[in-house]
Each structure stands twice: as C-alpha cells, then as structure tokens.
Design a protein around this ligand. Structure first.
Ligand SMILES: *[C@@H]1O[C@H](CO)[C@@H](O)[C@H](O)[C@H]1NC(C)=O
Ligand SMILES: *[C@@H]1O[C@H](CO)[C@@H](O)[C@H](O)[C@H]1NC(C)=O
Ligand SMILES: *[C@@H]1O[C@H](CO)[C@@H](O)[C@H](O)[C@H]1NC(C)=O
Length: 447
C-alpha cells in the first residue's frame, strides 16, 4: 500500500515539474532566459556625491544586487568629440579605485561573483555630436569603442543617441547610423561583445531614424531598449502617467509595444521594455472634489516648472509617504499609482505598476525589461510603505497602518518575481492538479 502511495506522490511531483518545464520551453524568446537589465545612472550618482547630502543615502557598489539582474548597464560614459571615442563622465571612474565612486573596474569585477552576469557601458551625448560622428568619424569610434570595452572588460555597449534625425540631428542620420551599427557589430562579433541601442517610444522616430530598420540592422543589434516613458511631463497641459499602459490618448506603452512588434515581427525577442523607477510632481489647478478622485487627466498649474524639480525617485516618494500624509490611489486605465495632498499630486510607478508592465512585456513576447534606474529604487529597504500588493480598487489605503516591508528593492524584486513566474503564471496553475493527485495519494494511503 505504502509503495503505491509513494509512487503516486512521486508521479504528482514529476507531473508538476513536467508542466513547469514544458512551460519554460514555451519561452517568449529563443534564449534560455528573459533578460533583466539593471541600469545605473552614473550622472545621478555624481550629482549626489557633489551635493554631499547625508540625508539621502548614497548609492554605492555594495548596493548593487546582482542576483536580481542578468545584465548591468552603467550609464557613465559620453561621446568624446576630441577623439571621437568614448570617455568617462568623471575621469576618476577610469582609475582602479576611487573612494566611494563606482569605477569601471569595480563594476566589471562584479562578474567574479556571478559568472553569467553581463556588464555594459552606456554612451550618451549630444544629438549633434552623434550625428557628426556617424557621418564623418565612424571608423574612429568603432576602434575606440572596441579598445574601451576590452580595456575595462565590459561585455557590451549601449548607444544612447536620442534620437537619430531628431533634436537638431540630420536627415542623413538614418543611413549613417545604420552604417555605424553594422560596422560596430562587425567589429564586436570577433570579441563576442553585445551591441544595444536606446530607441524612442514613438513609432515615427524609429521609422524616420533608422533606414527602413532593415533586417541587417535588426540582426546587428542584440537588444533594443524601448524608452517607454515620458509620455507625460511638465510640458503637458494635463496631469498624466509617466508611462501609461493604456490611455484614451494615442500614445501609451501598449501602443508602443504593438508598433515595435509590427516592425520586428519574429525578432521581437530583441526588444527590451524600459520601466521607470521614478515619478513626477504636479500642482493641480484646484483641489480634487473628493477622496476617490484621480488627479490623472486633471489640469495642472506648473506646466513650465523645470524638469529637475518635478522628478522624484521611487525611494524619495516612498519616504514622503511614510513621513507625510499623502493619499494613495490607483488609476486603473493607465495602471499607475499616484499620491495626492492638497493641490500636490505625484504620479509614479510602484511594485504593482512595475509588475503590470513586466507582465505586459512578457506576454507580448519581448526579450525582457530594463529597470530604469536601480539607484532610484529603495535600495536600502528601510521604507515602510511599499512591497505590498494592493488591490486595484484600493483607493483608501491608509498609510498610518504602515506595514513594514523591510525588503530591499521592492520594484526590482517585483520585476524579478514576475519574470520568475512567467507571462501567465502557469507555474501556479499546475498546483491544483498536483494537489488533487496528492490528495488522491493520501486517500489511497488510508485505504
Ligand atoms: C534565435 O532566433 C533567430 C531568428 O529567428 C535565429 O537567427 C537565431 O539563430 C536563434 N538563436 C538561437 C540560439 O536559437
Ligand atoms: C541621469 O540622471 C541625470 C541627473 O539626475 C539626468 O539628467 C539624466 O537624464 C539621467 N540619465 C538618463 C539616461 O536618464
Ligand atoms: C552619410 O549619409 C549620407 C546620406 O545617405 C551619405 O551621402 C554619406 O555618404 C554618408 N556618410 C558616410 C561617411 O558614409
């Protein structure tokens, strides 16, 4: 009797595993796993150390949680117009050690702690300079880039050119950028380096910016980072979500993904959805009518406020919520949280909206997501408010009850857990079946 029951239990177990395994092989990319890119904004960290503000914790090397990332992208280099190569945003980063700054060697040495971790350097710069380089100095750039990656042991390059043909760019950008991409990939291929580019969420920009996005260009780039954010900001007339999943307006994250999938077709596994870890503060034209009203699509007052005053990191927002009395709400159309107090409103992203965006990326068959940026998450884990799953009709969440989440990286964790579960959480669906078999097994054991 006992062996039979054990056999059945074993069968149930194998069935559960088998189901999950079959599920994993139905993976959305043809790579073994979904990519989770963790972006680190070097420019923000520099500004932080200059301010030397001891009230805000300083993000350092020890805070990077590589267990939650498949790739790191260090945004700490710019296009150098003297050499047409790549230069650190701060010369200290090119030295071996530099106080509490994260040097290039510090960051690539993290690979010693996680063997399959890939570390990329992101190069940003003025659109005119990129345009110039792509037209007249491609060869110099390609050689420099190659040497730079090898020197600091980076696994790849991200080109953050926003965006070809735009911002005083040139109509010729698209042919020249395509050439640059192909030349870079030809050189990188020998060293097995990754080539990634940052692209606009607007279809028009990609169509105008890349020569027909032909299959050679698609092939040459390993990952395309879709900046699906900044749909709304201080320039808008109304308050809106930074990255609305859906909205009444034409542009939203869903639409962006659809547009890209149409262009990329079976290469959609190269697309990475960039997810913002910050929010923006707005002033309402007048206070809201009641405690249920959402500030989204209401008129705002400071439509001309400078951008730097309106951006708050998730960690700052989280601390605001624990220290001041803001009301949290959830806008179900855009799938975005907000907090309001008097005529102040902050629209942001939290664990719940990040989960929704990650699920959308996975169920759309994209190759993964990018956390933008991990230095904006609660990397200390001392914020009291978040890390809980809210129900979507939870308009009256009372922050005075303050459930302590006490875990680091609530947003990055949310990405990680969503990726682990997969697009439709099929791993969960297999449990009832296993349960039935286990009960059957136990019942057999009794008789
Ligand atoms: C992934 O798919 C692309 C295009 O379908 C193909 O060229 C490539 O060889 C595939 N890679 C693997 C590892 O299967
Ligand atoms: C990094 O942070 C700086 C300062 O906060 C900001 O101006 C810049 O746009 C950020 N970089 C990216 C790539 O968003
Ligand atoms: C840049 O693009 C333009 C337009 O296609 C082309 O005429 C020019 O030759 C390109 N420059 C180089 C250096 O290839």
């Amino acid at each position: 009797m006992l062996p039979r029951a054990l056999l059945l239990l074993g069968f149930a177990f194998v069935l559960t595993l088998g189901y999950q395994d079959a599920y994993n092989h139905r993976s959305t990319t043809n790579e073994s796993h979904t990519a989770v890119f963790c972006y680190i904004n070097g420019t923000r960290l520099m500004a932080q150390s200059r301010r030397n503000n001891y009230q805000t914790a300083h993000f350092g090397l020890e805070h990077i949680k590589i267990e939650l990332c498949t790739h790191l992208v260090y945004g700490a280099a710019v296009l150098d117009t003297d050499t047409w190569g790549i230069r650190a945003i701060d010369p200290d980063l090119e030295h071996r050690q530099s106080g509490n700054k994260i040097t290039f060697e510090d960051i690539t040495e993290l690979k010693n702690r996680k063997r399959d971790l890939q570390v990329l350097i992101s190069v940003s710069g003025n659109a005119i300079h990129f345009s110039n380089m792509a037209r007249s100095h491609r060869g110099d750039f390609v050689q420099h880039a190659r040497n730079f990656l090898n020197k600091y042991k980076f696994d790849g390059l991200n080109i953050d050119w926003r965006y070809p043909t735009r911002s005083s760019g040139d109509p010729e950008d698209k042919q020249n950028y395509s050439l640059l991409i192909k030349e870079l990939k030809n050189t990188f291929r020998n060293d097995a380096k990754l080539l990634t580019v940052t692209v606009s969420p607007m279809k028009q920009t990609i169509i105008r910016g890349y020569e027909d996005v032909d299959s050679d260009v698609i092939d040459s780039v390993d990952y395309w980072f879709i900046m699906a954010l900044e749909y709304y900001g201080h320039w808008s007339f109304q308050i809106g979500a930074n990255a609305p999943i859906r909205s009444r307006e034409l542009h939203n994250v869903h639409k962006t993904i659809d547009d890209y999938k149409q262009i990329f077709q079976r290469h959609s596994y190269k697309l990475i959805l960039v997810i913002p870890f910050y929010g923006k503060k707005y002033q309402l034209a007048q206070p809201l009518q009641n405690n249920y009203e959402s500030p989204i699509s209401k008129d705002l007052v400071n439509s001309h406020a400078p951008a730097e005053n309106v951006i708050f990191t998730y960690r700052e927002i989280c601390q605001k919520m624990s220290n001041e009395h803001w009301r949290r709400g959830w806008d179900s159309e855009t799938q975005t949280p907000y907090i309001v107090k008097d005529i102040g409103a902050i629209v942001y992203d939290d664990a719940q909206s990040v989960q929704a965006k990650t699920s959308l990326a996975l169920s759309s068959g994209l190759g993964g997501v990018m956390a933008f940026s991990i230095d904006m998450d609660d990397f200390i884990g001392d914020c009291y408010v978040e890390g809980r799953r809210y129900s979507t009709d939870n308009y009256n969440y009372n922050y005075n009850t303050r459930e302590r989440s006490a875990r680091k990286y609530p947003l990055l964790q949310s990405i990680y857990e969503t990726v682990e579960r997969g697009p439709n959480s099929a791993a969960f669906h297999s449990s009832p079946l296993a349960l039935v078999l286990v009960i059957l097994g136990l019942w057999l054991l009794r008789t």
